[in-house]
Design a protein around this ligand. Sequence first.
Ligand code: PEP
Length: 250
Amino acid sequence: MRKKIVAGNWKMNNDLTMTTDLIESVKSKLNFNTDTQVFISPSFPFLHEAIKKCKGTLINVTAQNINENESGAYTGEVSSSMLKSIGINSVIIGHSERRQYFNECDSTLLKKVNKALSENFKVFFCIGENIDDRNNNNYFNIIKQQLNNTIFNIDKIDVNNLIIAYEPIWAIGTGLTASPDQAQEMHSFIRKLIKDKYGSKISKNLSIIYGGSVKPSSARDIFGKTDVDGGLIGGASLKAQDFIDIVNSI
Ligand code: PEP
C-alpha cells in the first residue's frame, strides 16, 4: 500500500515566533486519527525548535536542503550529520527554486540524493517542467530526462525512503494548478517509467505527490486521482487551517 503524504514547504518565510505559532496551530488542528503522513519544513534556524515542538505528535519535520559532502569548508551549507544530530531524517531535494536560483544541476542533485539516502534520510525528490516545455508538448521528455539524470542512476530504490514530487514549475506559486487530469497523466507516466526501470512492486509502492498552487478548494479533486498520493504544499501551508484542510482532503 502506498503512503499518503502531505508536506508543507515553508520556504524562506516566518521568524521564530511565527514559526512556533504556526506549529502550535497546525498541532492543535491536526486530526490524530489521520493515516496521512504529515510533514512541515521550516527554515534551517528553526528546525531544532520545530523538532522539539513536534515530538510526540504525528507531525514530521523535514529540511529544505542538504549538502552532499560530509563536512568541511563549505560556508553556509548544512550537512546530513548536522541535521541528524537535531533529529531531522528527511529532506526536500531538487526543488525548482534550488535549481533556478542556486544553480543546482542534475549531477549535484544526484549527489545530494545519494548522500541523503546513504544516511537513511527520507528524500522528497522534486521534478517538473517549465511553461515552455508544457506549451510545446515537451513535458514528458523533460520529466524522463530529469529522472534519467538523477534518481534512475540509483540501483535499488527503497520506497519508504524516496518520494517523488511532481511539481510543474508553471504551477508553483503562480496560482495556476495543474488540472486533476494533467496531474494524473503525468503521475501515471512517472509510475510507468519507474515500473520499466525498477519493476512493478516498486512502482506500485512508491508515493508520487503533486505540488503547484494546491489550495483547500483544489486538493480533493487532485488527490482523488489514482496515481496522486498527496501533495507538496507551498503558499497554502503557511496558513494552518488551509494546510489542515488540504491534509484532510486525502
Ligand atoms: C512548492 O514550492 O513546492 C509549492 C508547491 O508551492 P505553491 O504551493 O506555493 O505553489
